[in-house]
Ligand binder design. Structure first.
Ligand code: EPU
Length: 421
């Protein structure tokens, strides 16, 4: 089994270039099915979730070509089936987007329930609510979701989401893109990758307005034509490197970012004592590694992202004083890593939705296990700050979302490698 071996204590210095956003890519690539033709997507991260998704798309008939510069061409002229391989679909979370795109283009879809990081129950009732509002019949079991046109056919509609959901917002946007009439999504999520999906679809000929606000309007179009689009940089990958430098100490230029997307994260790191300098498409962070405690509450964008909860928690474990970290999106997410951090000497008490983190001067190396993607990223940061050697198991979780992590970290001076045992 492969594991990371990390020798902590070396400050991080140099520059790192951020890859395309995972959670944008996993929506934009299946959205190519909406195009009866060819498109080119640039800045696609080379991560395992993307590789699985491209395999699913090829299997459905999409002609996929990857290029060394990170771009991918997808030709969806001929789609052989509306039933993607259940074995592949179960390997990742974002395969639920196949429901929306297949419904929109073919009026039907037969998709197994998705897999992915299991840090919570992660229901898809809001996606289903959207499909039903658009006129779909939904046959749902514990194994699959089958969609077909209802009595009155498929058409635009008003959907008011009961919870702010990134996945449901994107899925309904995609489902509505080729349907007649106008769809309005109220209480929509506002994450940067939602704007990115809308920009991609509009570039291909869709008519979507309001993405980035809580009301999104989709006026259905008959067809999309091809085009070229570049995915935005990954907010969470960038945040992970920034948190690592804050906790470990050092001086790093994080390149290919949109500083505006990073404000919810950089403002907290500044509060904790790191120095942040914003450039047009880069952020420089310097830190002595001596941080002070803070309070963080995760919220949908523009709040502090749940996907940075575990990484900021590591900063808190080595900060001076008592920090409070409240999770408002996925309550059970603490269980993916807090026990592992405790094994490294962290003092974390969990009280319902809040972790109370009392800082210690330094963590100690230990053998720990990643239980999901961001938990794995946090354990790596913990290992980089710790005295001694840390081993992190289950590295496949990390590989789902971080492109060339070892290469990027070692270029910054981190002592981290993959070992086979
Ligand atoms: N929710 C429902 N019903 C639904 C959908 C969501 O109750 O139908 C609830 C969830 O249980 C959760 C909240 O709404 O409490 C928000 O969930 P959301 O739908 O926004 O999450 P998601 O779309 O399944 C995406 C990212 C996650 C990220 C969340 C929140 C992808 C593929 N995944 O998940 O990313 O944590 O949004 O920002 O885009 C990660 O990258 O590590 C990751 C887990």
């Amino acid at each position: 089994m492969a594991r990371y071996e990390i020798h902590g204590g070396t400050p991080l210095r140099g520059s790192v270039t951020i890859s395309g956003a995972k959670n944008a890519a996993v929506a934009i690539l299946p959205a190519a099915i909406l195009i009866e033709g060819k498109c080119r997507v640039e800045n696609v991260p080379d991560i395992s979730d993307v590789r699985i998704l491209l395999e699913i798309l090829s299997d459905l008939g999409v002609v996929v070509e990857r290029f060394p510069d990170g771009s991918v061409t997808l030709d969806s002229t001929v789609i052989r089936s509306t039933r993607p391989s259940p074995e592949l679909v179960k390997k990742m979370r974002a395969s639920y987007y196949l429901m929306g795109v297949l419904l929109s283009r073919f009026g039907e879809a037969d998709v197994a329930l998705p897999g992915g990081c299991n840090f919570a129950s992660r229901p898809i009732d809001q996606h289903i609510k959207g499909f039903k509002a658009l006129g779909a019949n939904v046959d749902e079991t514990e194994e699959y979701v089958r969609l077909s046109p209802g009595e009155n056919g498929l058409q635009g509609a008003r959907v008011n989401l009961d919870v702010v959901s990134v996945g449901a917002t994107m899925n309904i946007i995609m489902a509505a893109t080729l349907l007649p009439g106008q769809t309005v999504i109220e209480n929509a999520a506002k994450e940067p990758h939602i704007v990115d999906l809308a920009n991609f679809l509009n570039t291909m000929g869709a008519n979507i307005s309001g993405a980035g606000t809580d009301t999104i309007k989709i006026r259905g179009v008959e067809k999309l034509s091809g085009g070229t689009y570049a995915i935005i940089p990954d907010q969470i990958e960038a945040g992970t490197y920034l948190a690592a430098v804050a906790a470990v100490g050092g001086d790093v230029l994080v390149k290919n970012v949109i500083p505006k997307h990073m404000e919810c994260i950089t403002s907290k790191l500044q509060e904790m004592g790191a120095t942040i300098e914003n450039f047009d498409d880069a952020i420089r962070i310097t830190s002595t590694g001596n941080l002070t405690c803070t309070t963080v509450k995760t919220r949908p964008y523009p709040g502090f992202p749940t996907d940075m909860q575990a990484q900021i928690c590591v900063c808190m474990t080595v900060a001076d004083g008592v920090s409070n970290l409240t999770e408002n999106v996925y309550e059970t997410r603490f269980f993916g890593y807090c026990n592992e951090l405790a094994a490294m000497g962290a003092d974390i008490q969990i009280n319902g939705k809040t972790a109370i983190v009392t800082g210690t001067p330094r963590l100690s190396g230990a053998s720990v296990t990643a239980k999901d993607l961001r938990a794995g990223a946090a354990l790596i940061i913990a290992g980089l700050t710790a005295r001694g050697t840390t081993y992190v198991d289950n590295i496949h979780y990390v590989e789902r979302g971080y492109e060339r992590l070892i290469e990027k970290m070692t270029a910054l001076g981190a002592d981290i490698r993959v070992i086979e045992e």
